[in-house]
Ligand binder design. Structure first.
Ligand code: ADP
Ligand code: MG
Length: 383
């Protein structure tokens, strides 16, 4: 890869116009860079804060060429950006972080698991399911399990909990026979994530481990740092570094991990981009996950991921925009904003939909229990 340093004043390319891209563009602007975003949608959160918005499909040849005419580097902000687009950008001489091959590995749960295993990191017991015969051949020790589509799943979508082989067959048919993976259902003590940032020279830094709590398959809140012992945290961070290395990853990568009752740590899945569980790094760490993404895209030295303060990040879903009668209204932010250590991030999305990520709030405090108390108070005020 070309390691040329791109100095402030340059334009950085971005694929995808969502909230992660918005926060990338904000970090880029802080450091004096402009952003050009390729995004088909009209009112995209990232486009609103970027210098240039190329409105075209991610696989549109003209759109890709136009992006390449404005930038020498491109990064991504969502998982399912066509790997082929990154490949074509690379062929046009644009540096892409991450690379097409790393993104395509992360887009397929079976390929992703193979890389995780290659890195020497344990995963949940699993087997690929590509046909009904594969369901018949599944080891019975994998039940009860979770059948997940290999591609395009997120926020718990494309998943079915199956107790028996019959249920697995039914779920596999329900998914239209697309490639899946069956994972053994594990008794999770805690879910955590580690964001690792790796540069072209192969150096990497990791953020403190984040502790994640989901509701209805969607991240509800994150506690930073995770309430785990130092040895477990160090092991989780080491796992993330090894996975990034196995992928020869250049960019910001999130590794989701499970901690089991017996203390074992398994890698669940990876996301080749900044992550919802890393939002709090904006306020809680010296350099945020977005600043790291800018630094890597520009070929600058990695930043300092040291924690400055404990923090709790609360996701603000579209549900908060609906009153009891089902009418849309703007939530009253005044009580949240009056809480100590509160920071409000809204993504400027025009249409609030239930379960849609509209924003988040981060609470920093001297102690983690204070940060948690303030996040809880905010959640109660918002209803
Ligand atoms: P998504 O792409 O939707 O985030 P995940 O693989 O992370 O998919 O699964 C979503 C959630 O389902 C996880 O955060 C976890 O709570 C639960 N889950 C996933 N796999 C397992 C498993 N093997 N055992 C127990 N719970 C699981
Ligand atoms: Mg997940």
């Amino acid at each position: 890869m070309n390691n040329e340093v791109l100095l402030p004043g340059e334009t950085l390319g971005l694929l995808g116009g969502g909230q992660l891209g918005r926060m990338f563009a904000q970090a880029a602007a802080t450091m004096g860079y402009h952003v050009a975003v390729l995004e088909p949608g009209e009112n995209a959160p990232a486009a609103e804060v970027s210098l240039k918005h190329i409105r075209a499909a991610y696989d549109c040849t003209e759109g890709i060429q136009e992006l390449a005419s404005h930038v020498r580097t491109v990064t991504t902000e969502f998982e399912n950006v066509p790997a082929d687009t990154l490949k074509r950008l690379a062929e046009l001489g644009v540096r892409t972080t991450p690379s097409a091959s790393a993104v395509s590995a992360a887009q397929d749960r079976n390929v992703e698991k193979a890389f995780i295993e290659k890195a020497g990191v344990p995963t949940a017991p699993h087997a690929a399911v590509r046909s009904e015969a594969d369901v018949e051949a599944l080891d019975s020790s994998l039940f009860p399990g979770i059948l997940k589509t290999a591609r395009l799943g997120y926020d718990g979508k494309g998943q079915a909990r199956v107790r028996t082989r019959e249920e697995a067959l039914e779920a596999f048919r329900g998914f239209g026979g697309v490639e899946c993976v069956l994972e053994k259902m594990l008794d999770l003590k805690l879910e955590v994530s580690v964001i690792v940032c790796r540069d072209a020279a192969g150096d990497s830094v990791v953020f403190p481990v984040a502790e994640n709590h989901h509701k209805n398959g969607i991240l509800a809140y994150t506690v930073l740092p995770a309430r785990i012992d130092e040895k477990t945290a160090a092991e989780a961070q080491e796992h993330a570094k090894r996975i990034a290395q196995a992928l020869d990853y250049v960019g910001v990568l999130c590794v989701e991990l499970f901690i089991l009752g017996d203390g074992r740590i398994l890698a669940n899945e990876i996301a080749p981009r900044p992550h919802n569980s890393g939002h709090a790094t904006i306020e809680a760490c010296v350099s945020s996950q977005y600043e790291e993404q800018v630094r890597i895209a520009a070929g600058l030295p990695l930043g300092d991921t040291t924690l400055r303060s404990p923090a709790v990040m609360l996701n603000l879903l579209g549900d908060l925009w609906y009153d009891a009668a089902g009418n849309v209204r703007e939530p009253d932010w005044t009580k949240l904003l009056a809480l100590p250590g509160a920071k409000l991030h809204l993504y400027g999305k025009a249409q609030p939909r239930r379960a849609r990520k509209m924003g988040h709030a981060t609470f920093v405090a001297e102690t983690q229990s204070e940060a948690l108390a303030h996040a809880r108070a905010a959640a109660e005020h918002l209803g």
